[in-house]
Design a protein around this ligand. Structure first.
Ligand SMILES: Nc1ncnc2c1ncn2[C@@H]1O[C@H](COP(=O)(O)OP(=O)(O)OP(=O)(O)O)[C@@H](O)[C@H]1O
Length: 574
C-alpha cells in the first residue's frame, strides 16, 4: 500500500453473498457484462450514484455487484459535501446535485461515511472503494456507435440566434470540411455520423483554433463536447504533442466536468475523434478504485477528463501536474458551482504547477451565465470571446414539456399509467417523478432528451404542496419554449429566478470594466470632476431658468438643490 489514500483490499469486510457471480474476493466487479464501463453496485445506487446502472456508454443495464458496507453517518447528505463524496465515489452523477438539495432540506442520507477526512459513521471507517471498471472497448464499431444520431429538427438549429462578443472574433465555419481540420480528424468526424456542425461548433471551432479563450453558453444537447474536442485534438496532432508519463503524469489537456456521466461522455467522444492516433486519453472520477486510476494515469495521457474532487486528489498526491498544460476546459461550470465544486476547481486553477492564464488556452462552458460564472470567467480566462447560442438557460423547443398535477400519493399510479400509455417511437422521455428545487436543474434534466434536433418529451409530476416555489420559473421556461402553460403553474405563487433576459445570457464585461474604472483612484477622480461639471451646468441652467420664469414661480435653493414650484393661492384655513 503506497499510502492511506490508495485503495486496499485488506480490511474490507466480506460482502454479503453476491448477486453477481463475477466478483473477486475484494468485492470488485470484474469483467462485468459486455464492454460496460461502470456497472455500479447497489451501494452506489443507494447513494444516488448512477441509479440506472449506466455503463458509461449511454446504455442502461441491470444492477449488479453487492451492497457494500459503507458507513452512513457523515451527517452531510448534500451534494455540497462534494470533496469527500468525490474522492470516495460520492455523488458525481447527474442526480447528485438534486440529492444535495434534498440533503440540505434535511432528507439527505448522510453521505457515505463522510469519506476521507470527513466524519465517520456509526459503523466505523468506510471501506475503500475497490471497484475497477472494465477496460473500455477497442472495437471500432462500438466506439463510433455510442452516440445518438442527429434528429429531424437538426437543420432548424441553424435558425437559433447566436451572439458573439469580444475582440476580433474569427469568422464562423460553414462545414467541417472548411474548418482546416486534418484529414485524420475529418475521417473520424464522418465515422461519428456528423455531417454538419451545430451552431456552437460553427463558432467555437475557429475561435479555439485561433488560439483564443472562450466562454460558451449553449443549451443542453447542442454539441458542445465536439465543439471543444475537435479543435483541441486537431491542434495536439498538428504539434505532435509529446507524452509525459511516470510517477507524475503531465497531461496537455485537462477537462473538468461535474458528473461521472459527463466525464465518461466526454471521454468516449474524445476516444472517437482521436481514434487511430497516438493520443492517449484517460478518465478519472470518484466511485472507482484509486489505485486502478493511478496506474492508468501513470502510463501517461495527453488528455485527462476528470471530476474536480478526484482530480484535486491526484494533484495533491503529486500524481498529476499541470506544467505541460495547453488547454483547460471547464465544462458545465454553472453546475460545478451549484454542486459546490468551485473550491476544488479554484485549487486546480491556482495550483503552483498550472501554466499561467494567457499562456494556456482556457475554455469554459455553461448552460447559464449568472454573475458568479462571469466572475470566474474573468478570473480564469484571458481576453475571451463570449458565444451564446439560443436563450441562455432556456429549454430546447424540441422537448415537449408535459405537467401532471398530482399529490405525492398519486405519483406511483400516474407513473404506471404513463408507462402503459406511452412506448412513442423515437421519442425519449425524461420523467420528473419528483421535480428538482432549482430551475437550472430542471432544464439540465429535460435536456437529456431532445438532443441535436431529435424530438423529446419531459413529463413532470407537479405537487403544489412541494413544488409551488418553482411554478413561476416553470411557467417562464414553458413560455420561452413556446409551449402551453397549465393553469396550475400560472397561479402557482412562486417567484421567478430565471434570468434569461437579464444577466443570464449577456456578456457584461464592459459594465464590469466601467465599474472597476469607477472604483479605481483615477476613475473616482474623473467621476468626481464629471459630477461637479454636471452640477455646475445644472446650477447655471437653473439660474437662467429662474430668470426667465414668470414671477409667480418660486425657487428654493438649498446647497446645490433647487426646488421649483408654482406659487399657488391656497384657501384659508379659517
Ligand atoms: N454536428 C453533429 N452532428 C450530429 N450529431 C452530433 C453533432 N454534434 C454532436 N452530436 C451528437 O449530439 C449529442 C449531444 O452532443 P453533446 O453531448 O456534445 O451535447 P452537449 O451540448 O454537451 O449537451 P449536454 O450539455 O447536455 O451534455 C451527442 O450524442 C453527440 O455525439
Amino acid at each position: 500500500m503506497d499510502d492511506e489514500w490508495d485503495d486496499d483490499c485488506s480490511g474490507v469486510v466480506p460482502p454479503p453473498p453476491p448477486v453477481h457471480s463475477n466478483l473477486n474476493t475484494c468485492g470488485e466487479v470484474v469483467n462485468s457484462r459486455g464492454r460496460g464501463f461502470t456497472t455500479f453496485t447497489d451501494e452506489e445506487n443507494e447513494d444516488g450514484v448512477n441509479k440506472f446502472g449506466s455503463n458509461g456508454f449511454g446504455e442502461r443495464r441491470g444492477r449488479g455487484g453487492f451492497r457494500g458496507r459503507g458507513g452512513r453517518g457523515g451527517g452531510r447528505g448534500g451534494g455540497r459535501d462534494r470533496r469527500d463524496g468525490d474522492s470516495n465515489g460520492g455523488y458525481e452523477n447527474g442526480d447528485r446535485g438534486d440529492r444535495g438539495e434534498r440533503g440540505e432540506r434535511g432528507r439527505g442520507r448522510g453521505g457515505r461515511g463522510g469519506g476521507r477526512g470527513g466524519e465517520e459513521g456509526e459503523e466505523g471507517k468506510k471501506p475503500p472503494v475497490t471497484y475497477v471498471p472494465p477496460e473500455p472497448t477497442l472495437d471500432e464499431h462500438e466506439i463510433f456507435s455510442s452516440a445518438i444520431s442527429s434528429g429531424i429538427n437538426f437543420d432548424k438549429l441553424d435558425c437559433i440566434r447566436v451572439k458573439v462578443t469580444g475582440e476580433n472574433p474569427p469568422r464562423p465555419i460553414d462545414s467541417f470540411e472548411t474548418a482546416n481540420l486534418r484529414k485524420f480528424v475529418l475521417d473520424n468526424i464522418l465515422k461519428s455520423g456528423y455531417t454538419k456542425p451545430t451552431p456552437i461548433q460553427k463558432q467555437a471551432i475557429p475561435i479555439i483554433m485561433d488560439g483564443r479563450d472562450l466562454m460558451g453558453c449553449a443549451q443542453t444537447g447542442s454539441g458542445k463536447t465536439a465543439a471543444f474536442l475537435l479543435p483541441i485534438i486537431n491542434m495536439l496532432l498538428q504539434d505532435n504533442a509529446e507524452l509525459v508519463n511516470g510517477h507524475c503524469s503531465q497531461p496537455q489537456v485537462v477537462i473538468v466536468a461535474p458528473t461521472r456521466e459527463l466525464t465518461l461522455q466526454i471521454f468516449n467522444e474524445a476516444r472517437k475523434f482521436a481514434y487511430g492516433s497516438v493520443l492517449k486519453i484517460a478518465v478519472a472520477y470518484g466511485g472507482t478504485a484509486v489505485r486502478h486510476q493511478t496506474e492508468q494515469i501513470a502510463r501517461g495521457c495527453h488528455i485527462l477528463v476528470a471530476t474536480p474532487g478526484r482530480l484535486q486528489d491526484f494533484v495533491d498526491r503529486n500524481r498529476v501536474s499541470f506544467e505541460s498544460i495547453r488547454f483547460v476546459v471547464l465544462d458545465e461550470a454553472d453546475r460545478m458551482l451549484d454542486m459546490g465544486f468551485m473550491p476544488a476547481v479554484e485549487k486546480i486553477m491556482d495550483h503552483s504547477s498550472m501554466v499561467a492564464c494567457g499562456q494556456r488556452q482556457t475554455l469554459m462552458f455553461s448552460a447559464t451565465f449568472p454573475e458568479d460564472i462571469q466572475h470566474l470567467a474573468g478570473r480564469f480566462l484571458n481576453n475571451y470571446l463570449f458565444v451564446a447560442v439560443g436563450i441562455v438557460g432556456g429549454a430546447s423547443a424540441d422537448v415537449e414539456q408535459i405537467f401532471h398535477l398530482v399529490s405525492k400519493y398519486e405519483k406511483r399510479e400516474m407513473l404506471k399509467k404513463i408507462v402503459e400509455e406511452n412506448d412513442i417511437k423515437k421519442v425519449d422521455i425524461v420523467l420528473n417523478y419528483d421535480l428538482p428545487k432549482s430551475i437550472d436543474e430542471y432544464v439540465h434534466r429535460i435536456g437529456r432528451t431532445g438532443r441535436v434536433g431529435n424530438r423529446g418529451m419531459a413529463v413532470s409530476f407537479y405537487d403544489p404542496d412541494i413544488d409551488a416555489p418553482l411554478s413561476a420559473d416553470l411557467a417562464k421556461i414553458l413560455r420561452q419554449a413556446e409551449q402551453p402553460v397549465p393553469d396550475f403553474l400560472e397561479g402557482g405563487g412562486g417567484t421567478t429566478s430565471f434570468k434569461a433576459n437579464k444577466y443570464g445570457g449577456s456578456d457584461i464585461r464592459h459594465v464590469v470594466r466601467l465599474h472597476h474604472w469607477c472604483l479605481s483612484r483615477r476613475g473616482s477622480f474623473h467621476l468626481l470632476v464629471c459630477v461637479r461639471l454636471v452640477l455646475h451646468v445644472l446650477l447655471y441652467a437653473t439660474v437662467k431658468l429662474t430668470e426667465a420664469m414668470p414671477s409667480d414661480y418660486i425657487s428654493i435653493t438649498s446647497g446645490a438643490n433647487f426646488i421649483h414650484g408654482q406659487l399657488g393661492v391656497y384657501p384659508s384655513q379659517n
